[in-house]
Design a protein around this ligand. Structure first.
Ligand SMILES: Nc1ncnc2c1ncn2[C@@H]1O[C@H](COP(=O)(O)OP(=O)(O)OP(=O)(O)O)[C@@H](O)[C@H]1O
Length: 239
């Protein structure tokens, strides 16, 4: 199973340092929450990991291989970065079938994933008619198509209704229990606290706290992940 390693990753856009010397390793079998204020650098870090943008320095790898070096990335890494990656004129089913062909996944697996994300009935409709929550579900189905060892999900709960949020939480737990590595960014801290084992807290591109959620809550005498986050981030800013 593939873990994730960030080794001194820095990404600059001109004068802006979006990710600043970021290092951490995630082991398989757990869910890690990636949190930070707007502009903290979470999406940039995930984009570097997924080979969507190049690091200025350092490297982000899956068991030693960058995304681009993976022989079969679709079957190793499942990623959700944007609910709007699908062609609006294609049906949900056709969208998944295009991806399935690219990573040699069967049409039967497409139907299984549509069922898993509760889109079987809507699979014949064009994506332009889908709600945000339905597009997120389709994105999750796409991420899971190749039965990947590692999942990298940028705000997967966006647009999901409360039933969908609970479904997602249970799904991620199942996937982690199967030994997969799950990294998930979110602003919904109350929900995230119920989902993850560990958190990484990013502020101005830098990792300012990391560890098991329960331990961090205890160390900071916080009753909630939101309290912990506000405490750490405002503490970091005044330091
Ligand atoms: N393509 C880009 N060109 C220039 N600056 C960028 C680019 N992408 C991100 N940035 C800048 O990098 C910083 C980090 O942005 P990023 O989107 O990674 O943060 P984030 O933590 O994902 O934020 P959010 O929670 O709002 O999604 C911000 O200052 C942002 O303006």
């Amino acid at each position: 199973m593939a873990g994730i390693t960030f080794d001194r990753v820095t990404k600059r856009y001109g004068a802006v340092t979006a990710v600043d010397n970021l290092s951490f390793t995630l082991e398989p079998g757990s869910i890690t929450g990636f949190i930070g204020a707007n502009g903290a650098g979470k999406s940039t870090a995930l984009r570097v990991l997924l080979g969507l943008t190049r690091a200025t320095s350092g490297a982000a790898t899956f068991d030693g291989s960058s995304y681009g070096e993976l022989p079969d990335p679709g079957r190793t890494i499942g990623a959700l970065t944007d609910a709007d990656v699908f062609h609006p004129g294609r049906t949900g089913r056709a969208s998944l079938r295009v991806l399935a062909r690219a990573c040699a996944v069967s049409d039967a697996r497409v139907e299984e994933m549509l069922e898993l994300v509760a889109l079987s009935e809507a699979a014949g409709y064009r994506v332009r008619g889908y709600s945000l929550g339905m597009r997120q579900r389709l994105g999750l189905a796409a991420a899971l198509l190749g039965d990947p060892e590692t999942l990298v999900l940028d705000e997967p709960a966006n647009g999901l209704d409360p039933i969908g949020v609970r479904w997602l939480r249970e799904l991620l737990r199942r996937l982690a229990d199967e030994g997969r590595t799950v990294l998930v960014s979110s602003h919904q801290l109350a929900e995230l606290a119920q989902t993850v084992d560990d958190v990484l807290i990013l502020d101005h591109g830098r990792l300012i706290a990391r560890g098991p959620t329960e331990l961090l809550l205890h160390q900071h005498r916080s009753a909630s992940l939101e309290g912990l986050f506000l405490d750490i981030v405002s503490g970091g800013r005044s330091a």
